[in-house]
Design a protein around this ligand. Structure first.
Ligand SMILES: [Zn+2]
Length: 72
């Protein structure tokens, strides 16, 4: 019984997660916080495209890749 509740719970959560990924396939890049640029800590004013998101400021969610939403 407990196992069934867990399975149903996961299925509901998974469904909600996939719908969320379909509507919002991206999440703000964790490195630049969606700012697209990273500033140098050693040389004031120097900055470049964020190396993690390549200057897009966003990251594709795992669920979005799974259902083919969005692009890298
Ligand atoms: Zn970034």
């Amino acid at each position: 019984m407990t196992v069934l509740v867990i399975i149903v719970g996961l299925a509901l959560w998974g469904g909600a997660y996939l719908i969320s990924c379909a509507l919002h396939p991206y999440i703000a890049c964790g490195r630049c916080k969606g700012n697209k640029q990273l500033y140098s800590t050693s040389f004031e004013g120097a900055y470049g495209d964020c190396w993690r998101c390549h200057g897009t400021g966003r990251k594709r969610r795992a669920g979005a890749k799974l259902i083919g939403r969005g692009e890298d």
